[in-house]
Write a protein that binds this ligand. Structure first.
Ligand code: NAD
Length: 484
């Protein structure tokens, strides 16, 4: 492995300036060729302490601004970042692996979320309740929490960051973010650009590093009032336990295994397209992704044929190569885990109809590629049914009817997204009411809207992001009673 072009990076952005972390360097690898191209010093507990101190110092001034003014500052800063999109897009592709097109979609969406909450700044209101008793009024105040720790995974480093940053800042909090150890670079540059665009020093700080050292230091820091976490369910559960010390607030956006139900009266072409897009987008590495398809027996062959043909046609290639539709997986370990899940499943049963391993093209041999994979009718208790599958592999099951489909859909520990395809309004309503998940799309691809609250049921998490509801998770309310 050549190391002559490895860039050394200080690893943190604190109080409006680059900060040299004291920890050991962590390599940043290009998933398309396995080459380490940057080394980023990891944050120690001392570095996290410096970031939290900066965020605390900034809190008094930031929270005292008019809410509208905070919104305006966030919007101006977001516009400044937008002017640097052409620099950020290839950087995100290089460290994450996704195609340039997907990097553009991700970064544009991240900025959209900042703008959305900047706009909502004028709608952040409390409550007035007149005449609780004769001459007695009540009001409900909202106050920011203080310093928020934001812990973000590698699959969408900027959108998942902005889902937290935008409502947190507009509500008056200051933020210390820890990106995933493998995707620190875009986040560091994003923070620098937001500051250049007018966000005051200390309002948003970044410390990169591992989950076990840097992440734990942030979660256990006494100066942090809330942890907003996106990541896997086991780590989310650990964080929830750690946050008990100090009664910290938590929001947990965790794993998912979204079911999609395709009824016999559905628009089958549109459903197959949505399934392909919903499973293979971002190389299948999305929390909210179609991870189990249940299709009515009578139309199953048609849907399977379409999905298999779409999977085989997808152009797999380097994220920075012209025409690539699906890039590599993010890490070698992630690919091994996926391959093992598919193999353990097929050992139990089911039919492999597409993919099932890396591409044959030798030019892709050093990257972490895995072909779009379709497995039909594996056992309902096999790994692809019961575990989260975080890569481009889709299991499909034939089912009798809607009751069986809903029962199977709900048999998972997860409850993040879900979708149903039918032209029958009664079936759509039944599915929407009975599926245990935070989102149900009816005859629609699984797109997340800033306007609607998003969050998991069951082991998929706790609390909401997006929607006005997100503000509830970045503010405390206080009831005040006015006597005569
Ligand atoms: P992960 O839980 O391993 O890591 C997520 C983040 O937590 C990283 O920044 C990591 O460094 C940090 N971390 C790890 N251990 C920690 C600890 N002990 N204390 C503090 N921080 C720690 O998750 P991942 O594998 O990077 O991401 C994939 C997972 O994220 C999948 O399960 C996916 O479904 C989930 N996810 C959920 C959503 C959602 O909105 N529900 C969105 C995207 C991803």
């Amino acid at each position: 492995m050549s190391t002559d072009t490895v860039t050394e990076v200080a690893g943190a952005f604190i109080a409006g300036a680059e900060h040299a972390n004291r920890g050991e360097p962590l390599g940043v690898t290009n998933p398309a060729d396995g080459q380490v191209f940057a080394e980023v010093a990891a944050g120690t507990a001392e570095d996290v302490d410096a970031a939290v101190a900066a965020a605390r110092d900034a809190f008094a001034g930031w929270s005292a601004l008019a809410v509208r003014e905070r919104g305006e500052i966030v919007a101006r800063a977001a516009h400044h970042v937008e002017r640097h999109l052409d620099e950020l897009i290839p950087l995100l592709t290089r460290e994450q692996g996704k195609t340039l097109r997907d990097s553009r979609i991700e970064l544009t969406k991240a900025l959209d979320t900042l703008m959305h909450y900047a706009g909502l700044s004028k709608a952040l209101r409390g409550v007035h309740t007149p005449n609780l008793d004769p001459g007695i009024d009540g009001i409900v105040l909202r106050r920011p929490l203080g310093v928020v720790g934001a812990i973000v995974p590698w699959n969408f480093p900027t959108t998942l960051l902005c889902n937290k940053l935008a409502p947190a800042l507009v509500a008056g909090n200051t933020v210390v973010a820890k990106p995933a150890g493998t995707t620190p670079l875009t986040t560091l540059r994003f923070a620098e650009l937001l500051h250049e665009g007018g966000l005051p020093a200390g309002a948003f700080n970044v410390v990169t590093g591992s989950g076990s050292v840097t992440g734990t230091a942030l979660v256990t820091h006494p100066g942090v009032r809330k942890i907003a976490f996106t990541g896997s369910t086991p780590v989310g559960e650990q964080i929830m336990a750690l946050a008990a010390n100090g009664t910290k607030r938590v929001t947990l956006e965790l794993g998912g295994s979204d079911p999609m139900i395709i009824c016999d009266d559905a628009d089958l072409d549109a459903a197959a397209s949505a399934a392909s897009m919903g499973r293979f987008y971002n190389c299948g590495q999305a929390c909210l992704a179609i991870k189990r398809v249940y299709v009515f027996d009578t139309v199953a062959d048609q849907v399977i044929e379409q999905l298999v043909s779409k999977a085989r046609r997808l152009k797999v290639g380097r994220g920075d190569a012209e025409g690539s539709q699906m890039g590599p997986m993010h890490t070698a370990a992630g690919r091994e885990e996926l391959a093992a899940q598919v193999e353990r499943t097929l050992a139990r049963g089911g039919e492999l109809l597409a993919g099932g391993g890396p591409p044959e093209d030798p030019a892709l041999g050093d990257g972490f590629f895995y072909m779009p994979t379709v497995v039909v009718d594996p056992p309902h208790d096999s790994p692809m049914a019961t575990e989260e599958v975080f890569g481009p592999a889709l299991p499909i099951w034939r089912v009798r009817d809607l009751d069986e489909a809903i029962e199977r859909a709900n048999s998972s520990q997860f409850g993040l997204g879900s979708s149903v395809w039918t032209r029958d309004l009664r079936r759509a309503r039944q599915a929407a009411e009975r599926i245990e998940a935070g989102y149900t799309w009816v005859n629609s691809r699984t797109k997340v809207y800033d306007e609607l609250p998003f969050g998991g049921w069951k082991s998929s998490g706790y609390g909401k992001e997006h929607g006005e509801e997100a503000f509830d998770f970045y503010t405390e309310t206080k009831s005040v009673v006015f006597g005569g």
